[in-house]
Design a protein around this ligand. Structure first.
Ligand code: DAV
Length: 371
């Protein structure tokens, strides 16, 4: 049945079929959270964010919201239904029987928290203590979808305990250095331990019947095993990218554009032995263009590679951040129509165009691209 904007339906099996309905995050009340093990391991050692925490400056929140609102309008003008989360009070501490932290994070980016697979939206475990309650920002929407779509499966992965046993103390040192970090990444020694299943939704890419999941700081092997058991009709593949000293989230590293074509970060190439399923089925993996910037914007967790954190609207159309001219040029050469979206001043809130959205509905069914 064709999609209709009057009827709510949750369904999305991959990263590229025509997008009809999406969530776009908000910068409201976003905080730089206090220090905690998993977060500290990700903040770059030379970052301006080290050692400070609290609510982000209001003018940066306003500016990010302006860009996110514009992006939502741009999508609406192209016929995409767009919903927005309802921000909780992120200044509230998180206290469980196992840990305490003095503030939360924000309602950006939804891609980190919500994994849509077919008719299901799954709330990820998360691995940062400050993000433990982040799903609450999306509950009003998920409640609505559940009430309006009788086939919608609202699922939540087991909440992790996030005691100190979840984190390797080696990563707590102030100065580790990239050489050591790269050595650890090559050994798959990450900040999170195998104490319990942990995953962020943004470590997962959906290729129809196959789910490709990055093992790194925010997703451990037990998290991937949990996904495997949770999605018994899927094949779940573990990948890792040894060139990344701060490996969180797959969406500035490995970006499928359409069946048969993936853009891969040239500093974080997929190891040869993990390419077999793609090569055997005729998929091409090309190096992404260089980012247009040498440094991330102020108070930003992410690297300059948000350049390749694009949102595919359909197999011929892709949203690229406006200042990322090299990435846009490459997309054009790869045969994609480029939609420019200004978002750089919102990067600090947790990411780019893929990050700041979550799929609710894309056309298409669950296909087997790797038979
Ligand atoms: O390159 O810093 C950003 C991914 C955000 N979801 C990076 C990864």
């Amino acid at each position: 049945m064709a999609w209709s904007p009057e009827k709510t339906e949750v369904k999305s099996w991959n990263e590229w079929d025509t997008l009809r309905h999406a969530i776009v995050g908000r910068a409201d009340d976003c905080h730089i959270p206090p220090e905690e093990p998993a977060l500290d391991a990700k903040v770059p050692e030379d970052s301006d964010m080290r050692g400070q925490w609290g609510r982000r400056p209001q003018e940066t929140i306003d500016r990010a919201n302006e860009l996110l609102d514009n992006f939502a309008d741009q999508l609406r003008k192209r016929g995409v239904r767009v919903d927005r989360p309802v921000s909780i009070d992120h200044s509230q501490p998180v206290t469980t029987p196992d840990f305490h932290t003095d503030s939360q994070f924000g309602c950006m980016p939804p891609r980190d928290v919500l994994l849509t697979v077919g008719h299901e939206m799954l709330e990820a475990t998360m691995s940062y203590r400050c993000r433990w309650f982040e799903y609450l920002n999306y509950r009003p929407l998920l409640k609505q979808y559940w009430e309006e779509d009788p086939n919608f499966r609202h699922e939540a992965a087991p909440k992790p305990r996030l005691t100190d046993a979840d984190y390797h103390p080696d990563y707590l040192s102030e100065k580790i250095g990239d050489a050591k970090r790269l050595e650890w990444a090559a050994e798959k020694f990450f900040v999170t331990t195998e104490e319990e299943p942990l995953f962020d939704a943004a470590d997962v890419l959906r290729f129809g019947k196959d789910l490709v999941v990055q093992h790194g700081f925010t997703t451990n092997l037990k998290g991937i095993e949990w996904l495997r058991r949770h999605f018994p009709d899927h094949r779940v593949h573990t990948v890792n990218f040894p060139g990344d000293p701060y490996p969180i989230h797959i969406d500035a590293t490995f970006t499928p554009l359409r069946p048969g074509l993936i853009v891969n970060n040239p500093q974080r190439r997929l190891p040869e032995e993990q390419r077999e399923m793609f090569h055997k089925n005729g998929w091409e993996i090309v190096d992404a263009a260089q980012p247009a910037h040498n440094t991330p914007p102020p108070l930003c967790y992410s690297s300059t590679w948000l350049s390749m954190n694009v949102l595919v609207l359909d197999p011929k159309t892709v949203c690229v951040e406006k200042s990322e001219v090299y990435q846009a040029e490459q997309m054009d050469k790869l045969g994609m129509e480029v939609v420019e979206v200004e978002l750089r001043d919102a990067y600090a809130f947790g990411g780019g165009l893929h990050c700041c959205t979550a799929d609710v509905y894309r056309d298409g069914e669950c296909e087997d691209y790797f038979p």
